[in-house]
Design a protein around this ligand. Structure first.
Ligand SMILES: N[C@@H](CCC(=O)N[C@@H](CS)C(=O)NCC(=O)O)C(=O)O
Length: 194
């Protein structure tokens, strides 16, 4: 098995870095210097025409988009390690939350950031969508299947980033407690230090 992970610190790629720590599988890491615009080099664009990180190349197959990478790693390596649900209803829930983060939550965050954080409506939408996650976590310790999984890695990484942008989590007690549980894991610490 060969797995090459294209990474940049303080980027969406940190999510995948955390997942790889949890999985404990061997991989080669290639740092893409976004300031130096390594992502525009022809060799990189031939693997990811979007010119963005993260990207993995698994046995010669290039996979971009953090949600797709998380699902792929979960299916291939997570099930046997108890970090991703087997095919079935919980697998459907895993897809639901990972896609929701990138599409629905991400849409509001992107709109808010593109306005230079001045669009109050977008900010309200970010908070309303985080409240959906908070309500989900009112009755459970982790998002899917009762135990920590790559779904928590994906959404925990995303939620932590949103918090760092200055969104107040004071009213989101369940989300905050879950985020503390997730980010206490060594894999999270390692992803920040990388
Ligand atoms: N939808 C993509 C977004 C990836 C993305 O926006 N990556 C940023 C870093 S956070 C990037 O590589 N930017 C470089 C550029 O746009 O030149 C994903 O989830 O993987």
């Amino acid at each position: 098995m060969s797995l090459v992970f294209y990474y940049a610190p303080q980027s969406t790629a940190v999510t995948v870095y955390w997942a790889l720590q949890e999985l404990g599988i061997p991989y080669e890491i290639v740092e893409i210097d976004l300031q130096a615009r390594d992502q525009d080099k022809r060799g990189y664009r031939s693997l990811n025409p979007n010119g963005k990180v993260p990207l993995i190349v698994h046995d010669g197959v290039a996979i971009f988009e953090s949600a797709a990478i998380m699902i792929h790693l979960g299916e291939m390596f997570g099930v046997e390690r108890g970090l991703f649900p087997a095919p079935g209803l919980e697998r459907g829930e895993a897809f639901k939350w990972i896609i929701w983060a990138n599409v629905t939550l991400g849409e509001a965050v992107g709109r808010w950031l593109r306005s230079g954080k001045t669009d109050a409506g977008a900010r309200t939408d970010v908070e309303a969508r985080l409240a959906i996650l908070d309500a989900e976590l009112a009755s459970k310790s982790y998002l899917v299947g009762g135990d920590f999984s790559l779904v928590d890695v994906h959404l925990g990484s995303y939620a932590g980033w949103i918090h760092s942008l200055g969104v107040d989590f004071a009213k989101l007690g369940h989300l905050t407690a879950w985020l503390r549980r997730c980010t206490a894991r060594p894999g999270f610490g390692a992803s920040l230090a990388a």
